[in-house]
Design a protein around this ligand. Structure first.
Ligand SMILES: Nc1ncnc2c1ncn2[C@@H]1O[C@H](COP(=O)(O)OP(=O)(O)OP(=O)(O)O)[C@@H](O)[C@H]1O
Ligand SMILES: [Mg+2]
Length: 247
């Protein structure tokens, strides 16, 4: 097997026509089966994704096997061709809107997921802040669009014929596209504020979404990301939580 990438808690291999994502021993089996189930549900809607193949164990560690999509990630292409950034961002947003145009009634609900994440942040956010965020979340509209939940250029593969595929469905939910856009914005902003703003302009324009709605979601998802990311991003994320008025 040929190694594709190594991350903190996993190694991704290519094995012929298959992509094998091997998680380390700390990964609960339920998370791996959940990612596989999300992928299967999303793939059945017709969105371009790798095909699910199997969940298995490799030397005692859980592994998710999917088909391998030959091509480059949009992150690699953006790095290699800075002059084409605008063109890639357009394709990136168009594909995200295509994803949001699908529904998958059995996917986890976005509001349930973020409520749970906010409630778990007892060591980072005080009760007042958590309550404010929960109230904001509660006030957001109930929508049922397929949302990737970690939509960034490293999770978009541009196949050799130019078709886009989205991988990495561990965080998928059904809910509001504006919430999904808030996550993408924050992921861009971690490395480039300028690219993040460009992305947001495009998303709001193409989807006819008011920026204020995405900004409200940012406070909610920034808080939730606190429970997921390694701590180097905490300060950055906390500034987006931005609920000082209520303390
Ligand atoms: N089916 C696939 N075909 C080709 N390349 C893939 C495929 N799935 C993943 N990759 C490559 O492997 C990389 C990592 O895979 P993936 O995004 O699923 O894991 P991850 O980012 O480490 O997961 P997470 O974001 O959940 O921590 C991708 O950025 C992409 O380069
Ligand atoms: Mg990824």
């Amino acid at each position: 097997m040929e190694e594709v990438v190594t991350r903190g808690n996993k190694v991704v291999y290519r094995d012929g026509d298959s992509l094998v994502k091997v998680f380390n021993d700390a990964k609960p089996a339920s998370d791996v089966f959940n990612e596989a189930l999300n992928l299967a549900r999303v793939q059945e809607t017709g969105i371009n994704t790798p095909d699910p193949v199997s969940v298995s164990q490799v030397d005692g560690d859980w592994a998710l096997v999917t088909t391998f999509i030959p091509g480059r990630t949009m992150a690699e292409l953006m790095d290699e061709n800075p002059d084409k950034e605008d063109q890639y961002l357009m394709q990136f947003v168009d594909f995200q809107l295509d994803i949001h145009a699908h529904t998958a009634p059995l996917l986890q609900r976005q509001k349930d997921k973020y409520t749970r994440m906010i409630q778990s942040l007892t060591d980072v956010l005080d009760a007042t802040t958590r309550y404010e965020l929960e109230m904001r979340l509660d006030g957001m509209p109930n929508e049922t669009h397929v949302c990737h939940g970690d939509y960034n250029p490293s999770n978009v593969i541009v196949a050799e014929d130019g078709t886009l595929y989205a991988c990495d469905w561990a965080h998928a939910t059904q809910g509001s596209g504006a919430c999904d856009a808030a996550i993408s914005y924050l992921l861009f902003a971690l490395t480039s504020k300028e690219r993040a703003e460009k992305y947001l302009d495009l998303y709001c324009k193409k989807s006819d979404t008011p920026k204020q709605i995405v900004r409200t979601w940012m406070s909610i998802v920034a808080a939730s990301e606190l429970s997921r990311r390694r701590h180097e991003a905490d300060e950055f994320l906390l500034q987006w939580v931005d609920v000082v008025d209520y303390q």
